[in-house]
Design a protein around this ligand. Structure first.
Ligand code: ADP
Length: 452
């Protein structure tokens, strides 16, 4: 089962991407708007304060102008002094308003208009001062004439103050518009970042779900395979026990039979033969089991198998049986190839296939075995063909299972040879296949990768 090695990396990368998205959002926000938005709001606040101070100046000037009128109409010196005292208060308040307004003079055209206004205010004060001096002496006609002059100055002054208020009103509006535009672009960036973050989280979630589902399926398959293997193992143990028990059965009976027939040499010899057969059978089962257990351990020796000598030695081994059955064995010219299979295991594979081909010839009319080997791309194909009884179609897969023997098979055997062949080939990266025609023979083919 594959392990979720890549998942952690993808997850970390996904989370890093989300962090990057929000970092980029913050950077873009700072780059595009900076503290411009805050400055715009500050400008708006300054303009509002400026309008307040300018209105205060205009109100003070207006009141001063009214006081002058009262002063001219007044003839009592005490009251006149009172009016002048109130005027002094107004002038002080006006000066304070001017002082507060001055730092906020920052809009285009504002500074020029303000300095002109200031000089007009001074001239107005001077004119008012001169008017009051005449009124104090009760020179009302002259004072009135001076006041008319002052009034025209006042109108100009009023116009300039109005102009300043207008400049600040426009400035405040522009600042608000700018701040709102910046605010909107910040909102758009934040929305985009949130969407990008959401999409990334969505993709990550989807990917994780698929990954988890794939792992679940893998775990299910794996546990199913394990369950099947356990079942096979149980069946395998049962068959081993059964076969070993059958082989040992006659051995268990032998001592008592020997005791009973100790005086009859013919019977003793019979029992001895039985003991020998049982021992050999038990021994062959144990050998086959050992070969089966070693079969999956290919490559421990690190050696490659040489095909030509391996086939030659197997043919030599089966020669007595071939002679016994009066059969013919034909080994075609074998290419000198090295295959990726331990020499001992290669021998097991070939000995089983050739051994079976010869073994099952017994009793057949035609008794021939033909062996050939060819190079096929990066592999070697070995073919063992016989004229034996053939294998029924429905069991052609089963013969590769441990301890399976076709019903009615007479020849001696353990039923573990072909299972061992398949095990060895699985471990070597090779494969085995069988074709057969019942009553006419079988053809086993084996593919083994070539050694480098
Ligand atoms: P064994 O030969 O010891 O019984 P194997 O695992 O080698 O065990 O073979 C399993 C079964 O396949 C045999 O019992 C036999 O029925 C059948 N079989 C194998 N090879 C041949 C063959 N060449 N011809 C006919 N039957 C075969």
């Amino acid at each position: 089962m594959s392990r979720p090695r890549g998942s952690q990396r993808v997850l970390v990368a996904g989370l890093a991407l989300i962090v990057v998205i929000f970092f980029v959002e913050a950077a873009a926000d700072a780059y595009l708007t900076g503290d411009a938005e805050e400055r715009a709001w500050q400008l708006e606040r300054n303009s509002v304060l400026s309008i307040e101070y300018l209105n205060r100046i205009a109100r003070d000037l207006d009141e001063e102008r009214i006081l002058v009128d009262d002063h001219i109409l007044e003839s009592d010196a005490t009251r006149m002094a009172e009016i002048e005292r109130r005027r002094s208060q107004l002038i002080a308040d006006l000066a304070r308003a001017e002082q507060k307004y001055a730092p906020f003079v920052e809009l285009p055209n504002e500074a020029g208009t303000w300095s002109l206004t200031q000089s007009l205010i001074n001239r107005f004060h001077e004119g008012v001062g001169a008017t009051l001096a005449l009124s104090r002496q009760n020179l009302n006609v002259e004072a009135q004439a001076k006041l008319d002059e002052v009034r025209s100055q006042f109108q100009e002054l009023d116009r300039h103050l109005y102009e300043l208020i207008q400049i600040n009103r426009v400035g405040a509006l522009e600042a608000v518009t700018k701040a709102q535009a910046l605010d909107r672009s910040t909102d758009r960036i934040a929305l985009f970042a949130r969407l990008a973050g959401l999409v990334t989280v969505g993709i990550l979630g989807f990917w994780l779900m698929r990954r988890v589902r794939a792992y679940e399926n893998e775990i299910d398959d794996y546990s199913q395979t394990l369950e099947n293997r356990n079942r096979d193992l149980d069946a395998f143990a049962g068959r081993v026990a059964h076969d070993v028990k059958n082989a040992l059965g006659p051995l268990v009976m032998a001592p008592s039979r020997l005791r009973r027939t100790a005086t009859d040499p013919t019977k003793v010899s019979e029992v001895a033969d039985r003991i020998e057969r049982s021992s050999l059978r038990a021994n062959s089962i144990v050998d086959a089991l050992l070969a089966f257990s070693r079969a999956a351990r290919n490559g421990e020796s690190g050696e490659a198998g040489a095909l030509r000598p391996a086939l030659a030695s197997v043919v030599e081994e089966v020669a007595p049986l071939v002679a016994q059955f009066d059969a013919a064995i034909e080994l075609e010219e074998v290419p000198d190839l090295l295959v990726r299979c331990d020499p001992g295991l290669l021998h097991i594979v070939l000995a089983n296939l050739v051994g079976n081909a010869v073994k099952y010839l017994e009793g057949q009319d035609e008794r021939r075995v033909r062996i050939s080997a060819h190079k096929e791309d990066a592999a070697c194909r070995i073919e063992v063909q016989d004229t034996g009884p053939g294998i029924p179609e429905g069991v052609r897969d089963k013969i590769f299972e441990p301890f399976y023997r076709v019903d009615g098979t007479q020849a001696a055997g353990t039923g573990i040879g072909l299972a061992t062949v398949r095990r060895v080939l699985d471990a070597c990266g090779g494969r085995v296949a069988v074709e057969s025609v019942e009553g006419r023979g079988s053809r086993f083919q084996v593919w083994l990768p070539l050694a480098e």
